[in-house]
Design a binder for this molecule. Structure first.
Ligand code: URP
Ligand code: ZN
Ligand code: ZN
Length: 466
């Protein structure tokens, strides 16, 4: 089936120009002007709109068993929500159960996703063990199409934590096979000590105890240490959900020394600050790492603008009010995580392009091209090339949208951005040429998404397009 998207302004990370896009068999078949559509071709009017590559959210946790419950957006609803918000590919996590083969986690997670996902997806593999077989396991993952390995410097209780030697050893291997370590960087011993200290007073502190127990240096120190291990091994490290300004300084310094270090941040670290934990419903905002100070947000914005932060993701891990109520007043018992995948593209447009922080091209680079490049999806995804998957968004820059939980597809009865007014919203989202969402409503087919194998050695050359 053919579709032609006519009259829009095509926007990639490098160009903006008026052209029509012809889609055939799920692929971009032609880009140009004045095509005469064949009979039966569906014609989409994109006049006054941008046509951009679909968003890629490289950090989501759908139906994740975590903190005694399971995140409330499953693969079906999470990918519907993604489509409604202009995201056409998500990358979730398959986390190895300690002592079990990592490939088993991958196959299990794929079994959970297949037949449910409504857009394309991939997985990062969480490695929680390291032994003499692990280098080969990493190579196998790369051959399979999973070149990104998640490691956590915390989460002892979940059995996910990697110690420094494990991280060091894994980084050595990435230098050989082109994998990349996606790292949750927080300094476990100091963090746990502070949690214990503030927990003594948890009744009085409430959700504020969460903020007090994870100061910025808890992340910064772990980021510095990881960069050191990447530097001495020549390995490839990627800091996930970077939340502290000082961490951005460390990443920038590492990049300037030629270390293979990249970082993502998320809308919650740019747009919110720790004052949320003083609210009556402050516990809802608890995520890990937690939202930090205004100065941290300002430094992260600077990083997003100047290139020390390479991309935006959301770390979606949705918990509704009932699930969050499990905390019962104790900040150590809050299910950590926030909804987000549905809001990433329009929030970054409104607060990035709309507030004149960065260009339209940098916006596309942050939410689509760089996630694709770093995660081995480019140029199949992340751009509008002939031969690329027809994953695209017809984006209406004039459309007004007020965020309300009831208006979102996300399976959540609250939103960190409730009442926020956006200007610019996805009018239509196409996944491999199929219309999957229109004006924020899902219109696609459940189970039509596919697993996408990714290539190793993902990188970005010029880190920034202004
Ligand atoms: O609080 C969060 N982010 N939950 C998901 C797990 C993680 O650390 O990313
Ligand atoms: Zn994490
Ligand atoms: Zn996460």
């Amino acid at each position: 089936m053919s579709t032609i998207i006519k009259g829009g302004t095509l926007v990639t990370e490098s160009d903006s120009f008026k052209a029509d896009v012809v889609i055939n068999g799920g692929i971009i078949a032609a880009i140009g002007r004045n095509f005469t559509p064949d009979p039966g071709t569906e014609v989409v009017d994109a006049r006054g709109k941008f046509v951009m590559p679909g968003g890629i959210d490289a950090h989501v946790h759908f139906q994740l068993p975590f903190c005694g419950t399971v995140s409330s957006d499953d693969f079906e609803n999470g990918t519907k929500a993604a489509a409604c918000g202009g995201v056409t590919t998500i990358i979730d996590y398959a986390i190895q159960v300690k002592g079990r083969p990592v490939m088993e986690a991958v196959e299990n997670r794929r079994a959970e996703a297949e037949g449910k996902v409504c857009i394309d997806y991939s997985l990062h593999a969480g490695m929680t063990d390291w032994n003499e077989k692990s280098p080969r396991d990493m190579e196998r993952l790369v051959e399979y199409g999973i070149p990104t390995i998640k490691m956590f410097m915390i989460y002892k209780a979940q059995g996910w934590m990697a110690d420094d030697y494990m991280l060091y050893s894994a980084l050595e291997e990435t230098a050989k096979c082109g994998a990349m370590i996606e790292l949750h960087a927080e300094s476990v011993f100091v963090m746990e000590g502070l949690i214990e200290r503030y927990h003594k007073d948890y009744r009085r502190l409430g959700a504020w105890g969460h903020a007090l127990s994870r100061p910025s240096f808890v992340e910064e120190e772990a980021v510095q240490r990881a960069i050191k291990w990447a530097e001495v091994t020549g390995g490839r490290v990627y800091i996930v959900h970077m939340s502290a300004g000082a961490s951005a300084n460390a990443v920038k310094a590492g990049q300037e020394r030629g270390v293979n270090v990249y970082a993502e941040t998320c809308p919650q670290y740019l747009l919110l600050d720790e004052s949320v934990f003083k609210r009556k419903d402050g516990h809802l905002y608890a995520t890990c790492p937690q939202i930090k100070k205004k100065e941290d947000s300002a430094r992260l914005w600077q990083g997003v603008i100047n290139g020390d932060v390479s991309l935006i993701t959301t770390d979606t891990c949705t918990f509704n009010k009932k699930q969050k109520a499990r905390w019962g007043g104790d900040f150590t018992k809050i299910p950590y995580g926030l909804p987000g995948v549905e809001n990433m593209v329009p929030l970054m447009y409104t607060y990035g392009v709309g507030k004149k922080r960065f260009s339209l091209n940098r916006f596309v680079q942050l939410v689509s091209a760089n996630p694709a490049r770093l995660h081995g999806l480019y140029p199949r995804k992340g751009t509008l090339n002939i031969g690329s998957d027809a994953d695209l968004v017809v984006f209406d820059p004039g459309s007004k949208f007020t965020i309300r939980p009831g208006r979102l597809q996300t399976n959540c009865d609250w939103s960190p951005y409730d009442g926020w007014k956006l200007t610019g919203y996805p009018a239509m989202t196409f996944s491999r040429g199929r219309l999957v969402a229109r004006s924020g409503k899902f219109v696609g087919t459940v189970g039509a998404g596919k697993f996408v194998a990714r290539a190793p050695w993902g990188s970005i050359e010029g880190r920034i397009k202004r």
